[in-house]
Design a protein around this ligand. Structure first.
Ligand SMILES: C[S@@+](CC[C@H](N)C(=O)[O-])C[C@H]1O[C@@H](n2cnc3c(N)ncnc32)[C@H](O)[C@@H]1O
Length: 435
């Protein structure tokens, strides 16, 4: 389950039915308490409506013959993105009758706007209705598309921008819960119903579950189209229902030299799902969002974006002082204190370090020795920083000591990030008089 997900424990069905009385007729009592029948489609629809109404004040109309989205699972998928994405235009591909991702996104994030597509006219009709009944027409545009249209439409040309008002011309993220299967037979074999829990029923129509070539072909098209579009979108993302599909998509990303990608894993009941995200920008996701622990997937994880340096027997405050001293002495580097957290367990200080120029690598130091005029090179006066790192000092290190963690936030040159961390790591050790 996603760390931000408020549904890490099952709901209290009795309490939920008190808040949303329409759920009462579906309650059943078992030896372990009150629940609902996960085989009953009407009960599932009512549960989704009850959670959306109670937690987000979203009023949802769901047709009987379309997918009923489980809220905990869709919540995890809707908020995959770094929390810095504050003002955003998102693209939801295949929004379904519920338009669940845009509704949740707009309810939780006051500045988000969405364009949402689908090929199914019945779902489009209900999606419109759900946007209107929640008065979100100014923030969500629903757009019918054709199966052979490009998956990523141009925000400038394709959408009714009047409705959304003054929106950015680039998407901050695209999201997609694609039809997972290549044929109806495959759906039956896979017991898709597990999405709701061990014995749940699936309410999806064929168009929602099946696409030619299944999810691999759908996401493969996305990857290939994204190559042409580049930074039209900051983070391209999609759900994947099968581990074998995840492997194939990562292989494709690697073949296409897209190394800025991230993998997330979700559990719901006994069903495992994955999300893949990739970007052509210089922005990197923090470690816990970019990589997962699952031992059977370590061979396809993206390269680490964080390094940790232990300082045994050195107090947190001494390490903070040493680090600040080292960082402020480097030309072309600026330092911003971001956050200081003091818990009973350990204090932690976060700093954001921005480098306009490489003045620390061996090559840069050699250059400086040759031309020693102290000037920062010309290319350093552009707008994009060469490197941005988050540096977290925490007092939970070995032998009562401390840790410094460097997280790569922006930059195109991995070698430079690595040389920066090892340079600072060594200088701090020297300042602390460690061997
Ligand atoms: C699994 S459903 C997801 C619905 C909803 N987003 C959810 O998570 O509950 C997949 C959706 O993708 C739509 N779809 C299939 N091919 C599409 C395409 N080429 N472009 C846009 N939507 C498509 C289907 O009609 C269906 O509504």
């Amino acid at each position: 389950m996603h760390p931000r997900n408020p549904y890490n424990t099952p709901p209290d069905f009795a309490q939920l039915a008190n808040d949303h009385p329409a759920l009462k007729p579906y309650l059943i009592r078992t030896h372990s308490g009150v629940t609902i029948n996960f085989q009953d489609q009407a009960a599932l629809r009512c549960l989704t409506k009850a959670i959306l109404e109670r937690d987000y004040h979203i009023a949802l109309t769901l047709p009987d013959d379309r997918l009923c989205p489980p809220v905990p699972n869709r919540y995890s998928q809707a908020f995959l993105f770094p929390e810095e994405v504050a003002t955003s235009l998102g693209l939801d591909i295949g929004t379904g009758a519920s338009a669940i991702y845009p509704l949740l996104g707009c309810s939780v994030e006051p500045e988000w706007q969405f364009v949402a597509t689908d090929i199914d006219s019945r779902s489009i009709q209900f999606a419109h209705q759900n946007v209107e009944s929640n008065s979100l027409e100014k923030r969500i545009t629903i757009q019918a598309v054709l199966p052979d249209d490009p998956i990523f439409p141009s925000p400038q040309e394709r959408f009714d921008r009047e409705a959304l008002g003054n929106v950015p011309s680039h998407f901050a993220f695209t999201m997609c819960n694609p039809p997972f299967y290549g044929s109806h037979e495959e759906v039956l074999e896979s017991a898709e119903a597990k999405e709701y829990g061990p014995n749940a029923v699936c309410t999806g129509a064929d168009n929602e579950m099946v696409t030619p070539g299944g999810e691999v072909e759908f996401v493969r098209k996305m990857v290939l189209q994204s190559l042409q579009l580049g930074s039209y979108c900051r983070w391209y993302t999609s759900m994947l229902g099968k581990m074998s599909s995840l492997r194939k998509i990562v292989e494709l990303l690697k073949d296409e030299k897209i190394d800025n990608y991230a993998i997330t894993e979700f559990m719901q009941g006994r069903t495992r799902r994955w999300a893949i995200a990739w970007s052509f920008t210089d922005i990197h996701l923090p470690g816990p969002l970019a990589r997962i622990q699952n031992p059977s997937l370590q061979d396809i994880m993206p390269v680490k974006n964080a390094f940790e340096y232990p300082y045994p027997q050195r107090s947190w405050i001494d390490v903070c002082h040493a680090l600040e001293g080292v960082l402020t002495a480097i030309d072309g580097v600026t330092l911003r204190q971001d956050e200081l957290r003091t818990t009973t367990e350990s204090p932690a200080e976060t700093m954001v370090v921005t480098a306009k120029a490489d003045t620390w690598s061996r090559a840069a130091r050699r250059r400086k020795l040759r031309a020693d005029d102290g000037a920062i090179p010309d290319h350093a006066h552009g707008t994009a920083p060469l490197l941005v790192c988050k540096v977290v000092v925490s007092g939970k290190g070995p032998e009562g000591g401390s840790f410094v963690e460097f997280q790569w936030v922006r930059g195109r040159n991995r070698g430079l990030f690595e040389s920066f961390t090892s340079h600072i790591g060594r200088k701090v050790a020297a300042a602390l008089k460690l061997p």
